[in-house]
Design a protein around this ligand. Structure first.
Ligand code: SAH
Ligand code: SF4
Ligand code: F3S
Length: 460
């Protein structure tokens, strides 16, 4: 039986796609390789969002194809965003590549491509189709094989129509398409049956769910009286799949933070008090050039509405430094907006021009070393802020979804709170992955809480 291994770059959507591809392959009779260097088939699920991400995937592909000298039958396939960005050019960049398939076509095509590649075919290209994303990731396969994960992902919105000026995602992930709530429900149910206790609903701009080309089915009423699709979906999933004790959704956008959504976050107990709300910049001029559709005040209003409406909410963000023309003054505005928003965590990215995007037409005029400095300043600010915010949790008892031994120290376990904060604790006898435990927080670091387990709060 041929074995496979999948190497994943990029966002949670890619993590989810890799999981679904693995299940497809297992269902077709392939087995997980014990290690990548023993696999008959290696897939690289790639990301195009920054140049660095593409360089890593190309380096990996090059190494794998070179390894074919010692492992002549090795099949190397490319999936994910780079397949769409590079098209047929990829075969010149990576000689020996067996196939390249776009993220929306991969689900339906992968088994056939792998079989043909094992039979000796090379250079097969399957570009994404704009339609049929739903067929690509069917719920019927969602139960097959693999170890259960207590926290899992379900994609609810494919593609992106926002067209921020710096972003490659709309080019590589296609147009926006919302999944039918019944298909989402079936997939969430299947995840619960295989042991998931937490689901994160994914979309590049997830609050656009159901806003276009979509009518909410009449036979799915909202007893809570919601009219917007995302609150309705959250209500539906919470009601129909009680085994899912936590629901999250990402990534957010400030214009999607409506009073109904805030109410859903407050009143549906399963919906976590956490939101990832990318800000990108705190300067109105830069936000306008980024075509983000909001200004600083509007963004901070959304943060205020969330903090007022959802007790103990944690808000995290993405920020880009060194966008073309970003001045010291713009940068300082980002700094102060981050402080005003009081982010629990922040991912800072150095601007990377992406071919074909509008902002790539402009000179990439902030020198690398200045981008690095701005990055470091924001990270130092965030460390101090994270420490300050996390200190407020010491002395409190929080519910943690246990995820298993901690990466840094296998004698201790880690898990996450509703706020998505990582908690490290000593395991108690009988503790299993996927259990909810009460942990009393004793100390805090900027990104981690440390505590002691109290009485188990439930064995789901
Ligand atoms: N769809 C999500 C994010 C997708 S990409 C959203 O808009 O919220 C994840 C993050 O990468 C973005 O939030 C942004 O901060 C960063 N990013 C996107 N394009 C980039 C680029 N060209 N250079 C640097 N960072 C970028
Ligand atoms: Fe890119 Fe903007 Fe879409 Fe996010 S919302 S994927 S930043 S275009
Ligand atoms: Fe990367 Fe594609 Fe996700 S570009 S961030 S893997 S949508």
């Amino acid at each position: 039986m041929p074995t496979f291994s999948i190497h994943t770059y990029g966002c949670q959507m890619n993590v989810r796609d890799s999981e679904l591809l693995a299940r497809r392959l297992r269902a077709a009779g392939f087995a997980d390789a014990p290690a990548e260097d023993e696999a008959d088939v290696v897939l690289v699920n790639s990301c195009s969002v920054r140049e660095k991400a593409e360089e890593k995937a190309l380096g990996k592909l090059g190494m794998l194809c070179a390894a074919r000298r010692e492992r002549p039958g090795l099949v190397v396939g490319l999936t994910g965003c780079m397949a769409n960005r590079l098209g047929p050019d990829v075969f010149a960049l990576v000689p020996g590549l067996s196939f390249s398939v776009g993220p929306r076509a991969a689900g339906a095509a992968v088994v056939d491509l792998v079989r043909r590649a094992l039979a000796g075919s090379k250079g097969m290209l399957v570009p994404d189709s704009e339609r049929g994303a739903e067929d690509a990731l069917p719920a019927k396969d969602a139960g097959a094989g693999g170890p259960p994960a207590p926290a899992s992902f379900v994609t609810i919105l494919f593609g992106c129509n926002q067209r921020c000026s710096y972003c490659i995602v709309p080019f590589v992930r296609g147009r926006e398409e919302s999944r039918d709530p019944r298909a989402v429900l079936a997939e969430v149910r299947a995840e619960a049956e295989r042991g998931a206790r937490e689901i994160t609903l994914l979309g590049q701009s997830v609050m656009r769910y159901g806003r276009m080309g979509f009518a909410w089915p009449d036979d799915l009423p909202s007893p809570m009286g919601f009219t917007e699709p995302l609150p309705r979906l959250l209500e539906l999933l919470a009601r129909e799949v009680p085994a899912i004790r936590r629901l999250r959704f990402t990534s957010g956008h400030p214009l999607g933070v409506t009073p109904e959504l805030v109410r859903a976050m407050r009143e549906i107990p399963a919906v976590c008090a956490h939101l990832h709300l990318p800000m990108q910049s705190g300067s109105d001029r830069v936000l306008k050039e980024m075509r983000r559709g909001y200004d600083r005040a509007r963004y901070l209003d959304a943060v205020r509405a969330l903090r007022e409406g959802v007790p103990d909410i944690a808000i995290t963000t993405d920020v880009i430094v060194g966008f073309p023309g970003e001045t010291e003054e713009d940068f300082e505005l980002t700094r102060s907006a981050m402080e005003e928003a009081a982010f629990d965590n922040a991912f800072v990215f150095k601007y990377s021009p992406r071919p074909g995007t509008p902002s790539a037409e402009r000179p990439d005029d902030v020198p690398d070393e200045e981008k690095r400095r701005r990055d470091q300043v924001l990270l130092a600010d965030q460390d101090a802020r994270g420490q300050r915010l996390n200190d407020r949790w010491t002395g409190r008892t929080v519910e943690v979804l246990a995820d298993g031994p901690s990466l840094r120290n296998a004698a201790r376990w880690s898990g996450r709170t509703e706020q998505n904060k990582i908690v490290v604790f000593e395991p108690v006898p009988g503790l299993a992955r996927g259990d909810f435990v009460q942990v009393r927080i004793e100390s805090a670091h900027p990104q981690t809480l440390f505590g002691t387990v109290g009485a188990p709060c439930s064995a789901p």
